[in-house]
Write a protein that binds this ligand. Structure first.
Ligand code: GDP
Length: 139
């Protein structure tokens, strides 16, 4: 059964471009409750670990450099069917393919700099959330 939590990051491009408020508004309007949230910055080691599944891909170095170049907003979100519904709200990885009304359609600039992360499974949502937040920071 699907759990009701997912994990998101507003990526460095979204923060740099002044879209924290706009993206959080779409998230809450989309019916997600904020369980935990903070402004933080990934180290190179954090980003390499977070995206380890892509370590053999040609864009891995670019991805790590991008994800560590400035602050991000990390958050745990709650909603029924959270992982799947949040992937629908953010839209396709490449904003050129993202549907109207999605966060990436509105705020992403390229396939690499695509404004937001959303966990791709319940298992990864739990791992990613626990990486950033202690139990007492989850409301
Ligand atoms: P997601 O689950 O939609 O975020 O997509 P993936 O898991 O496939 O990729 C993880 C992240 O790697 C994406 O969100 C992008 O930031 C980045 N990425 C994916 N494909 C490319 C690419 O072709 N070039 C670059 N520079 N970054 C990419």
């Amino acid at each position: 059964m699907a759990t009701n939590r997912t994990f998101t990051m507003i990526k460095p491009d979204g923060v740099e471009n002044g879209h924290i408020g706009g993206i959080l508004n779409m998230i809450t309007e989309g019916g997600f409750r904020i369980v935990s949230m903070k402004l933080t910055q990934l180290t190179v080691a954090d980003a390499q670990k977070f995206y380890a599944v892509h370590s053999e891909r040609p864009f891995f170095g670019e991805l790590v450099e991008f994800m560590t170049r400035g602050p991000i907003v990390a958050a745990i979100l709650e909603k029924d069917n959270a992982v799947e519904d949040f992937r629908a709200l953010i839209g396709a990885t490449n904003p050129a393919d993202a549907a109207e009304g999605t966060i990436r359609k509105k705020y992403a600039t390229s396939i690499g700099e695509n404004a937001v992360h959303g966990s791709d499974s319940d298992e990864n949502a739990a791992i990613e959330g626990a990486f950033h937040f202690a139990g007492r920071e989850q409301f």
